[in-house]
Design a protein around this ligand. Structure first.
Ligand SMILES: Nc1ncnc2c1ncn2[C@@H]1O[C@H](COP(=O)(O)OP(=O)(O)OP(=O)(O)O)[C@@H](O)[C@H]1O
Ligand SMILES: [Mg+2]
Length: 329
């Protein structure tokens, strides 16, 4: 457990990331936001304990938590489950909040002792604003109950704080994650507007699996290890990935264009602003060029100075949350 007083925490659909230390040299730790339910036997429990596998006993099952869950799932050809879906706590996963508490406990330490945690929350999804209230209040309740002083930060704003110090925290932060994409325009570190789009990496995996005959886990492995933007692919999986990547990027740009189509939503800025892209889904080679090409076709009423990519797309939300937490000490 880390005893430092300010912690940045990215609560993502696929991964939980903490950032400790300073703005300039943060240290990150990661836990998969997943679990695996195995049938309970005393022998298995003892074996898990001896191997130091994070777990708990619940309703006659051994619940393996976080990074270990994927390792064991692969070994036994099982599927992990997740407390969150599409960026928010999954209301259909009844034990989700309890498992979330255990996962946060393994990552942060069980006793907050008043330490300040700033955790990321998505922008409101246009189709489900109340789920955001449930998500945010539940997570705040868990962290407060563990003894942490919990604050929140919008995920897109966190990326602006992490990546745009040189423009005085002014610009458009766009994250492409596992469960959703987030957009936030910030001016001098203040959010001007933010929203989320409820499809991202998981949607790409499931959709490409549906049309190519491969399972989503195999599709995800191909996406993460050998996919890049290449125009047309003869390979069926890679061609499907290309199509659903375009779908996700277009959905984000369409949502932005729609928001800015109302004259009262158009910010009156005194300068052109940079766009910074982050999140695991933005990692394949060629993503930025594809994003830029699709953005150009939208002709937004917003002057854009440049498009940047985060140097550390899996950690920049946690870094931005740390910047916000440190500023409050
Ligand atoms: N090298 C890679 N290439 C392509 N995709 C990747 C790569 N690494 C991770 N991903 C994908 O990125 C997604 C996870 O990204 P990230 O960790 O930013 O999401 P998250 O913060 O957990 O979720 P969200 O913000 O949507 O709630 C997954 O869909 C994963 O498959
Ligand atoms: Mg995220």
């Amino acid at each position: 457990m880390n005893q430092q007083t300010a912690i940045g925490l990215d609560i993502g659909t696929s991964r939980l990331v903490t950032a400790y230390g300073t703005n300039t040299a943060p240290v990150f730790e990661t836990q998969l936001n997943a679990f695996l339910a195995l049938p309970y036997t005393r022998l298995t429990e003892m074996a898990l304990r001896r191997e130091r596998v994070a777990h708990e006993v619940r309703d006659g099952h051994l619940i393996v938590l976080g990074n270990d869950s994927e390792r064991l799932a692969n070994l036994f050809h099982l599927e992990t489950r997740r407390p969150m879906t599409r960026g928010l706590l999954n209301p259909d996963e009844a034990g989700g909040p309890a498992i979330m508490r255990q996962l946060l406990s393994t990552l942060l330490g069980p006793d907050g002792a008043g330490r300040r945690v700033c955790f990321s929350v998505p922008g409101a999804p246009a189709n489900a604003p109340h789920e955001l209230t449930y998500h945010e209040s539940t997570l705040r309740g868990i962290l407060t109950d563990m003894g942490y002083h919990a604050d929140t930060i919008n995920e897109g704003l966190a990326v602006v704080l992490a990546e745009l110090e040189d423009t005085n925290f002014t610009g458009l932060g766009v994250t492409f994650g596992g469960g959703m994409c987030n957009v936030c325009l910030a001016y001098l570190s203040m959010p001007v507007f933010s929203f989320s789009v409820s499809k991202a990496g998981d949607f790409i995996d499931e959709s490409a699996a549906g049309t190519s005959g491969e399972g989503p886990t195999r599709v995800r492995a191909i996406k993460e290890h050998s996919f890049y933007f290449n125009g047309f692919y003869v390979d069926q999986v890679k061609q499907a990935l290309t199509i659903y990547y375009d779908d996700v990027i277009s959905s984000v740009i369409r949502a932005l264009a729609e928001y800015l189509s109302k004259p009262r939503n158009v910010p009156r800025l005194d300068r052109a602003v940079p766009v910074v892209i982050s999140g695991g889904t933005s990692m394949p080679r060629g993503f930025k060029d594809r994003f830029e090409a699709l953005l150009k076709t939208a002709e937004l009423p917003l002057a854009i100075s440049e498009i940047r990519t985060s140097a550390d797309p899996l950690n920049s939300t946690a870094k931005g949350a740390l910047v916000a937490a440190l500023a409050e000490i």
